[in-house]
Design a protein around this ligand. Sequence first.
Ligand code: TRP
Ligand code: SF4
Length: 405
Amino acid sequence: MNSVPSHYQRVLSGMRPTGQLHLGHYHGVLKNWVKLQHEYECYFFVADWHALTTHYEDPSVISESVWDMVIDWLAAGIDPGDATLFIQSRILEHAELHLLLSMLTPLGWVERVPSYKDQQEQLRNLDLATYGFLGYPVLQSADILAYRAGMVPVGDDQVAHIELTREIARRFNYVYGREPGFEEKAEAAIKKMGKKNARLYRDLMKSYQEQGNAEALAKARALLEHQQNISLGDRERLFGYLEGGGKVILPEPQALLTPASKMPGLDGQKMSKSYGNTISLREKPAGIAEKLKTMPTDPARVRRTDPGEPGKCPVWQLHEVYSSEQTRQWVQTGCRSASIGCLDCKAPVIESVCAELEPMNARAQEYMEHPDVVRSIMAEGTERARDVAAETLADVRASMGLSYR
Ligand code: TRP
Ligand code: SF4
């Protein structure tokens, strides 16, 4: 039995389709998604609307990248049997929730998100003084809250967006979760759990509210999650009542910080498209060898006989990702004594990168030959995801008084 309610165990993350995926994406994001899909209920989606906030003037790269990106996900080991995959713009609930959340999001909150000004300064060639770009993090909040995801794996540049999501959810629950007679309804719901569970719930609530006991909170949530005899509405009430608030219509997610990727690019800086130092996930062995052979090394090693220092060489950083302790020892001594040349030193890295990408390339090839398979994986995922989002939106509309009959 899980000790945390199921929606707190739901993981959701998105990726913007703005170009080819490379080893940085694999080591920084995809490997982590592959691991998470076995541990949690995962939703991974193509954030094409988010890509449009920066690429609205020339959106062709978006449609060109969507399917290749999905193929790269599948090739990297994302299993559509484990994770639900979908495309953001196919699920209009994201747009509806974005609109509804925008009503209660104070302008100051979005203006203060650091990425707003940072990106405007970094991407000076684009006109980002748009309504859509300002709303970027609100759209992201809608993505997350539409699935009531408990955990959002992201890099540290996205943490502020998750924080904003938490604030918006809190405000939403505060404004719309306080139905008339909330306390009476919550008290009545407690009684429906039966004497023993009602007492346990009250004890845990007291321990959480008076002593801030987080374990008691987790236990109480688990207790609620496993109650068969209360309605969904009562469960939401009791989740909220537990924390001293109104009904929890939109639970607050946590950022699941992805360990910073150590994947260096071909120049030793972080691997990134904007530095032009990438190895694409579709790179063939000849291309891999070519790129790595021409990669710069410690500038002190002008001649083969000049000793070098791995600490000053970007190739060494690749050994740190790919090589065994034994190989790394060989590099350290060989480089400093000039007993190996740089091409010798690069050979095991070339081999490792090729070995890593070869099975991915083979799988990608399969999917490229069967685009209908990829289309149907996404169609199925989109249907599944839409059902979840539709359920949330029904609750959201009802709590805002928008469910006219
Ligand atoms: N903003 C994210 C990025 O640039 C992509 C994204 C959009 C996302 N919606 C999301 C990530 C929801 C996590 C959850 O990387
Ligand atoms: Fe870099 Fe290896 Fe050459 Fe040393 S031997 S400078 S670590 S490539």
